[in-house]
Design a protein. Sequence first.
Length: 217
Amino acid sequence: MSAGRRRDLPVFETTEGRRLADSEARRADWKNWGPYVSDRAWGTVREDYSAGGAAWEYFPHDHARSRAYRWNEDGLGGFSNRFQNLALAVGLWNERDPEFELIDALRETFEQGRYFDVFIEYAKAGEEDILCRITAVNRGPDTAPIHILPHLWFRNTWSWRPDKARPELRAIAENADSHAVIFHILVTQSKTSRDRQMSANNSMASPKVLGNIRQMH
């Protein structure tokens, strides 16, 4: 060991190690929240209620934006409690990406370095005190727009469970720096968009379809 080099501590002498030990001993529940949200739930066997087991046809990608999942959730860089009752994930849009296979659509973009790196980081100050930091870095030579859309939602368990109460989310902004970021909070109901999927009127707005959405600043 070279002079002046910090000695590596045994794992259980670190803060993270003590948290793992407390979790293992059931003294604390540090593992209740974590990166448990799947990247994809559409087209999976779990969400398939078709007669012949055709999961891809029963729940295709086009339905993912307007149908509520029954058994799990999905999202980009997602974070949730272990039961996925409450989840957070991030949506990104640069105002122009086409709908093609990734390598076909973006081969030239990557070759020219015209893309964003987006870092989604989570940290726990306490068992129920969770911090999220999202950093977008433009790797291209020119100024370019990017929309960062964090989504916080409850998994829909009440539509088929009459004994389940529908939860509510409220926004509380403290010490907001209006010069650092422009943010809008959109509040919707987590229900399947029947007007889009089944040509019927919704009793409430879908979480993924614009319209009849309350906006909070």
